[in-house]
Design a protein around this ligand. Structure first.
Ligand code: ZN
Length: 420
């Protein structure tokens, strides 16, 4: 940032954003963008530019990052129908076996239109690779990714949704996916039928990851039953194999219901293993906490304890209109807001932390370079109408512009009216 008068005038700029509020900086600022990069942030400066955006005092932040989402399944709920959960899972498997590349591509494109409009600059997507869909879902997501390559980054995790021991076809299909250039492999150990099978599941995934030099991003303990310990297994095996810093764990809901001393011991193991944790509060709030009665545990992990210990904790949206979650509109502000509610984040600092869990923290986890609102960073920005995070989460007034490398790629315009 530059606060002093300039010695030399700026060259012609591509875009100038006027009257922007910035986090951690008082007053209004002018942001200059050239060739996709932020080249100036001053209280004001003279320069010519091709485009001008008036932020009208609204906050300018880096674009959002969703670190855990299932793009291949979006908008598939109608294929299954409204049934009990056990019926729905069986039918979902059947429906998935009939997915076509074109069908997956069309549904993913519909979701990505919403994502880009709301200001998401990157998504890490789990994509099923299993006996039911084979590599069809992966092909569909790859095609949609190509179509959106100018507006959003998509990282793909090859995900064995139907297990490893329970789906003997999965390991070869995962190897095939990684052979196609996929750089991340997932897992779902709690899906297996015994503790030994859970261990075999994790071991198999880590074996494949090491063979292909891939990183691991694994669902762990998407349950509020304390007997599930797959997160601890993953932490132990990560250290045993020297994979510190290359592994991410998702959901981690059982951690929330362990006794405090056990939870503290597991959190220390997560820290030692360099594991990043992604919580999925929106979907977990619907799925967990009681068996149809009033929920007690609210389905989040121990987000605040993990953050206090120094773990990189991020938040994702998980699903949209499939059997796992029936709502969602791809708005990362919903994710941040629900993170506050589900994890008990109440103070100004905690609300800010929830915002970081959908921006800078997942950007770090995904290895996104030149991220932020600083000179030299990529101009991947969101211009909000709200001038602070609390008003952003209150969703009033709701206007948002999304810039990718300085080019406007999407936006939201909300309005209200009364007869008064
Ligand atoms: Zn998931």
């Amino acid at each position: 940032m530059i606060n002093q008068p300039r010695d030399t005038p700026l060259p012609h700029l591509d875009t100038i954003i006027h009257d922007a509020s910035l986090l951690d900086r008082d007053g209004l600022w002018t942001i200059g963008i050239r060739e996709g990069k932020i080249v100036a942030i001053d209280p004001d400066f003279d320069a010519t530019s091709t485009r001008r955006i008036d932020a009208r005092g609204g906050l300018v932040t880096p674009s959002f990052v969703d670190p855990h989402f299932h793009l291949d399944k979006v908008l598939s709920r109608d294929y299954v129908g409204a049934l009990s959960y056990s019926e729905a899972f069986a039918r979902a498997r059947e429906a998935k076996a009939h997915f076509t590349v074109a069908d997956v591509e069309a549904r993913v494109c519909a979701a990505l239109d919403l994502a880009v409009a709301q200001g998401l600059g990157a998504i890490r997507s789990q994509v099923d690779v299993d006996f039911a869909t084979g590599l069809v879902s992966l092909e569909g997501v790859l095609r949609a990714r190509e179509r959106f390559s100018n507006s959003i980054d998509i990282q793909i995790v090859a995900f064995p949704q139907e297990g490893i021991v329970t789906d003997p076809k999965a390991p070869d299909l995962l190897r095939e996916a990684l052979g196609m250039g996929i750089r991340l492999i997932g897992g779902l150990p709690e899906f297996e039928q015994s503790v030994d099978d859970q261990k075999t599941h994790i071991k198999t995934i880590l074996d494949i990851a090491q063979k292909f030099d891939a990183e691991v991003d694994m669902h762990c303990d998407y349950t509020d039953l304390p007997q599930f310990k797959t997160l601890e297994m993953l932490a132990d095996m990560t250290v045993e194999r020297g994979l510190q810093g290359r592994v991410t764990a998702d959901h981690c809901c059982a951690l929330a219901v362990y006794p405090d001393d056990e939870a503290a011991r597991v959190i220390d193991k997560i820290l030692q293993a360099g594991i990043g944790v992604i919580i999925l509060p929106i979907a977990n709030l619907q799925m967990l906490g009681g068996d149809g009665t009033t929920p007690v545990n609210r389905g989040s992990s121990r987000a605040k304890e993990l953050l206090a210990a120094g773990v990189n904790v991020c938040a994702g949206a998980d699903n949209m209109y499939d059997i796992w979650f029936r709502f969602n509109r791809m708005d990362p502000v919903d994710t941040a807001y629900m993170t506050c509610l589900s994890a008990g984040m109440r103070t100004d600092a905690e609300v800010r932390e929830a915002f970081e869990m959908t921006t800078s923290r997942p950007a770090d986890l995904l290895g996104i370079k030149d991220y932020g609102v600083n000179v030299g960073c990529s101009a991947d920005l969101v211009v909000h109408s709200a001038s602070n995070i609390v008003d952003l989460f209150r969703n009033v007034p709701a206007r948002r512009y999304h810039l990718r490398r300085g080019i406007l790629v999407g936006g939201v315009e909300g309005s209200t009216w009364t007869s008064r």
